[in-house]
Design a protein around this ligand. Structure first.
Ligand code: PMT
Length: 399
């Protein structure tokens, strides 16, 4: 969301990882950014200028004397961008930027950038760990520049160690975090997501269709906005969001224990998880065998703890509690009953069972109901966008 219609400077320096910048540029464009690319002469040895020109739909800056439409093109770019990122950033570039040297088009442009800067070092492990390179990175960090640590793995020089440029999706994610407003800075947000899984025997269980997408989207959005996020997640196939403390659980019982152990510290609690209301009375140690004599099987069930209801009882005046309601009918009536019964500050009600909303989908249609009687309709949109609107509403309510 934060990249839509933004203006960015993508700097590319001369490392083998320059090929990843092409994909990064593609992702930035897909997210709606207008991107100006500046390359060092060494970068041109790895990837052609034409590739960046075609993908960015802008002239690529490599030479202050040849590529500029006016004598101050680099200044126009530097002052118009909402953020600048350099990926990959070589030791040479890092050293010169730390010293304020401006001996090529990229460095000259970078020195005039006043918006947030993100630098992504990538090089051989010994070079990266070299005390002089680390000192230069420290200088840049102290100057307020965001440094993205390289990954570890097999490097182009055939050694194994730290120095790999992280994958483009990760760099995109971190750039969004750099650019997002930090309106949740200092807040502790506790989120639950996904289904719970209640074991019948060692091979079977009762669960539901929650994919975790809605809860994970809220965790990602809150982290980008500066919150300290703990995500208690039922079994899902999603990767833990970057920068989030993700606690994996299976059953309602485990989810409850994880929630209660983090409850006291939380400022905002958002319960998105689809928790099983019932579980088998006892989990069999051995697999239940198919009966030859009987066509029916009765499974005695018992009620699970209602985690949200318990949290509603324990919450303090300073804590803001949000529940979700998954309904197939009478959305408003059911949501309001749940909000009252569970002592919530807000409930996010969504109709489930549609092709584009509720379980598993990438989009959701939600109505927010607040304790003061007001409500807010969130029309069908990406769960990522729903997450930001939900957080906007919480921030409005908590001041
Ligand atoms: O994960 P996705 O595929 O993206 O789908 C998202 C979603 C549809 C699961 C999500 O948007 C949603 O609606 N989550 C709540 C689902 C649900 O279980 O609703 P409920 O009406 O059964 O429960 C109401 C609230 O009580 C929920 O906040 C739930 O977390 C909580 N609860 C319920 C039962 C229980 N034993 N303990 C609880 O804490």
């Amino acid at each position: 969301m934060v990249l839509k219609d933004s203006h960015l400077l993508l700097g590319v320096t001369g490392g083998i990882a320059a090929y990843k910048s092409v994909e990064l540029l593609r992702l930035l464009k897909k997210a709606g950014a207008n991107v100006h690319v500046a390359m060092t002469l060494a970068a041109l040895q790895f990837v052609g200028k034409a590739t960046f020109e075609v993908l960015s739909e802008n002239q690529v800056l490599t030479d202050l004397w040849k590529d500029t439409q006016s004598s101050v093109t680099h200044i126009d770019i530097a002052t118009s961008v909402d953020a600048a990122l350099v990926a990959p950033a070589t030791a040479n570039f890092i050293g010169k930027l730390a010293c304020g040297i401006a001996d090529d088009a990229l460095l000259t442009t970078m020195l005039a950038v006043t918006s947030p800067i993100m630098i992504c070092p990538s090089m051989n492990t010994d070079m990266y760990q070299n005390i002089r390179v680390q000192r230069n990175l420290d200088i840049l960090e102290q100057d307020g520049i965001h440094i993205i640590d390289p990954d570890a793995g097999v490097l182009a020089c055939k050694t194994v160690g730290t120095g790999r440029l992280p994958e483009p999706w990760f760099l995109l994610d971190r750039l969004c975090a750099v650019m997002a407003p930090k309106d949740l800075l200092g807040k502790k947000v506790l989120i639950t997501a996904g289904p719970t899984l209640e074991a019948i025997d060692p091979v079977r269980y009762i669960s539901n269709h929650s994919s975790g997408k809605m809860g994970y989207a809220i965790a990602r959005a809150a982290e980008k906005r500066g919150a300290n996020v703990t995500l208690v997640s039922g079994p899902v196939s999603l990767n833990p969001p970057v920068g989030v403390d993700c606690i994996r659980v299976e059953s309602c019982d485990e989810m409850g224990r994880a929630v209660f152990s983090h409850l006291e510290a939380a400022d905002i609690i958002i319960k998105v998880a689809a928790v099983a209301d019932y579980r088998p009375v006892d989990t069999r140690v051995l697999k239940i065998k198919k009966s030859i004599d009987s066509k029916a099987l009765t499974l005695p069930m018992t009620e699970n703890m209602d985690i949200l209801k318990q949290v509603g009882k324990l919450k303090t005046e300073d804590q803001f509690l949000v529940g979700f309601a998954a309904e197939t009918n009478d959305l408003e009536r059911h949501a309001l009953i749940k909000m009252k019964k569970k002592n919530l500050d807000m409930i996010a009600a969504n109709i489930v069972g549609a092709d584009d909303s509720g379980f598993k989908t990438d989009t959701n249609k939600v109505k927010l109901f607040l304790k003061d009687g007001s409500s807010k309709d969130i029309p069908l949109m990406d769960k990522e966008k729903v997450a930001h609107i939900l957080l906007d509403t919480i921030i409005e309510q908590t001041g």
